[in-house]
Design a binder for this molecule. Structure first.
Ligand SMILES: [Cu+2]
Length: 317
């Protein structure tokens, strides 16, 4: 064992939990070592030259040197070879990452301010949680509802921007049962740092069991559906249910209470009509003490879903 292999093996990178993580790390280490060696050669050479060719006397003159073929060839050719290695090696691994097998587990991911909604083929929806089987290729079909976000799982060594109006894809195969962090890697507003989730990698048997449990949950009441929409539509990132102020007002005690607006007007009680309008035209009335930060849900919530949300709000006293 040489001292540098123990540095390369040291724990300065996150655990490798996907099939390609090791290959990505090899490229990373290669580029890192090339950079360190170049840095030492350049800085060392410069320091050496500063001392060796310093001006010693008043009339000290450096010999006139125009060029040196051997040196010029070497300092062009060696970096050229290194860059080509980085390029083609990177290309090869990138190509492997961009394979989207048809028989992979296909999952939809929607980024929005400030949560990830995960939707499975059987209709199961999760927020900020991605459950996947180990040792099976997984493909994420992703988009954004509002601004650019970026889906990033450091332990899988994958990161992909999600762009409104566009579909982007990400493929990976987890090799290790366990929980791994999901981050949003594109600054997307005030609660960007809270846009975090977890990937739960489970065994095949556990995955089958989980899928079965999800489909057996049966039909939900409007209040339960509303509570779910509160999560999946990311209302929870701006509205609390315990009275605390986040980006928007808490829903605690909202139903039926008098509302005051930034323009000095007010209404005696928050009724269905007001709450429905708050979702569809949020900028029509800005609640006193808040900014017009709420996106419109016009076209994003059906009338039935709006109803479910209102039924749920009524229960938050
Ligand atoms: Cu984001």
């Amino acid at each position: 064992m040489f001292w540098w292999t123990s540095i390369a093996a040291a724990d300065y990178l996150p655990v490798k939990a996907s099939k390609l993580a090791g290959e990505v790390d090899s490229i990373y280490n290669f580029i890192l070592i090339c950079s360190i060696v170049s840095f030492i050669l350049l800085m060392g050479g410069m320091a050496y030259f500063i001392v060796k060719y310093r001006r010693r006397t008043e009339n000290d003159k450096t010999a006139y040197i125009s060029h040196n073929h051997t040196l010029e060839f070497l300092w062009s050719f060696i970096p050229f070879v290194l860059f080509m290695v980085m390029f083609f090696w990177g290309w090869k691994v990138f190509h492997k990452m961009r394979q989207f097998p048809e028989d992979a587990v296909q999952i939809s991911v929607t980024g929005r301010k400030w949560a990830w909604t995960i939707t499975y083929a059987n209709g199961t929806q999760l927020v900020n949680e991605l459950v996947i089987p180990a040792n099976k290729p997984v493909v994420l079909n992703m988009t954004s509802e509002d601004v650019i976000h970026s889906f990033y799982v450091p332990s899988f060594r994958v990161k992909q921007d999600v762009v409104p109006g566009k579909r982007s894809r990400l493929a990976f195969e987890a090799i290790e049962v366990g929980d791994y962090r999901i981050f949003c890697a594109e600054y997307c507003g005030t609660q960007h740092s809270q846009m975090i989730g977890q990937v739960h990698v489970v065994s095949d048997a556990d995955y089958a069991k989980w899928e079965k449990e999800q489909s057996e949950q049966g039909s939900l009441t409007p209040v339960q559906k509303g509570a779910k929409l509160y999560k999946t539509q990311a209302c929870f990132t701006c509205h609390s249910t315990d009275g605390s102020k986040i980006v928007g007002p808490s829903w605690k005690g909202l139903w039926g209470s008098p509302r005051k607006f930034a323009d000095g007007s007010s209404i005696p009680e928050a009724n269905e009509e007001y709450i429905r309008a708050s979702m569809l035209n949020p900028n029509e009335h800005i609640v006193e003490g808040y900014t017009p930060a709420m996106p419109t849900y016009q076209g994003r919530l059906s009338e039935e879903q709006i109803n479910d949300l209102i039924e749920y709000m009524k229960t938050i006293k």
